[in-house]
Design a protein around this ligand. Structure first.
Ligand code: FAD
Length: 209
């Protein structure tokens, strides 16, 4: 049986003896199995591991619902697939501007026991003579490990690409000095020679030194 898409209302699952986790969503293993052998959960009804904190979280999004569903479905038919967890990467468009997030904010990092250091820079997303538009990048790192734990990008189209770069770095536990050396693409119609991501990283390195 595959229990999918019940949303945060997990009464039906709880009544069936399925364990509900600390977030109020269905507790799952990394194989998307519930406490009942042979019963899997995926999507908005399931809690999963946060890739930064390692704790169970409920972050209902279509992107991860699809991936969880694939893992749950494969395992329900005999495979041994694993869902590693979520970074909470998301983007919304408000009044034509993209607001994108991944990992932890500085406040969330602090409440999760990290010693966060953050910085925000604002720069053009491409050359001025190609109608460069303001883009804001915030990066959050942990002081002790110098690991990047989260970021925010606010801007026009292009914000999704930048947040995805941060998401890849957060997922792979990249240190800020490694992130600052990323070999990112440049040509005036699309980008700056120093991408706002790299400028933010350099600024954060200085704060950590
Ligand atoms: C307005 C809106 C915008 C969103 N935008 C984004 C976005 O831009 N990006 C993003 O990543 N995520 C977005 N999401 C979140 C995303 O849609 C959900 O996380 C995703 O659809 C969850 O998939 P799911 O299969 O778990 O649940 P659902 O897609 O909700 O599917 C559950 C299905 O189960 C059915 N169902 C419910 N109860 C029963 C029952 N008792 N018996 C039989 N069937 C039942 C429902 O009718 C539904 O068809 C958005 C959500 C909303 C509401």
């Amino acid at each position: 049986m595959l229990a999918a898409g019940l949303g945060p209302n997990t009464d039906l699952a709880a009544d069936a003896g399925i364990e509900i986790g600390r977030t109020g969503a269905i507790r799952t293993t990394d194989r998307m199995e519930t406490n009942l052998h042979g019963v899997w959960a995926a999507g908005d009804c399931a809690e999963v591991t946060h890739l930064v904190t390692g704790r169970s979280v409920w972050i209902p999004l279509g992107t991860t619902a699809n991936k969880m569903g694939r893992v749950a479905g494969s395992n329900a038919t005999g495979s041994r697939e694993r869902f590693p967890g979520v970074a909470g990467t998301s983007i919304v468009r408000i009044c034509g501007v993209g607001f994108a997030f991944t990992g932890l904010s500085a406040a969330q990092a602090k409440s999760e026991g990290f010693d966060p250091v953050s910085t925000r820079v604002e720069d053009l997303d491409r050359a001025r003579y190609f109608w460069g538009r303001k883009t804001s990048v915030e990066l959050v790192a942990d002081r002790g490990s110098r690991r990047l734990v989260g970021g925010t990008v606010i801007g026009q189209p292009g914000a999704e690409g930048r947040i995805n770069v941060i998401a890849a770095a957060v997922t792979n536990r990249m240190r800020i000095e490694e992130f600052a050396q990323l070999d990112l693409a440049y040509t005036p119609p699309y980008a700056q020679v120093w991408d706002p991501l790299l400028i933010a990283a350099q600024q954060l390195e200085k704060l950590l030194d």
